[in-house]
Design a binder for this molecule. Sequence first.
Ligand code: SF4
Length: 222
Amino acid sequence: MTVESPIPQTEPPRDCPLCPRLVALRQALRVEHPDWWNGPVRSFGDPNARIAIVGLAPGKQGANRTGRPFTGDFAGDLLFDTLSKFGLSNGRYQQSLYDGLALNDLIIINAVKCLPPENKPTPLEIATCRRFLAQSVAALPTVRIFVALGRIAHDSALKLLGGRPGAMRFGHLAEHVLPDGRILLDSYHCSRRNQNTGRLSREAFEAVFARAVALRDQSDQK
Ligand code: SF4
């Protein structure tokens, strides 16, 4: 089973050849774990969403294994719990493609579509994959709020959306008004590392989505 993208015209081919280091890792993992997804991870969610999460890249045991963003890894547990709490998902997340979970008024797109070694894409890989992020953003005209998970997602989204990097610095709960009036809202990434080191608490993460929902509702009234 694979996850169908809600915006299939924006996705890279399954054997996208553009980042040699990531292609080599993908090919090695296809041999080691032939039952894993091991390909560029597609967007997941509502194609008419008003909120878009911009993630970093697939996790090895999460999206790279299952094929659905954040599904099956530590980061996904907090993320999907939080989305449910704020009415941004329907159904019960069970760490599996088969759980029937749907996102409501929210879509997840990634800054980098393929698994990078140590979760660290290089600047060139981030820049190379931005063409697909750009295609995703262009296909989502209803989005009013972008939630960037981590500095890399913030920087890549900002470059794409025309923000001023010097004036719009990354910070947890920092809010940036983009030239077209849309909002970029920052969060620390919900990675295992950030949670285990105490950089990101459940409450601090929930505060981001409380704010995203409030901004979405405000934008309705304008
Ligand atoms: S990270 Fe993006 S650009 Fe690079 S190989 Fe994967 S899909 Fe292609």
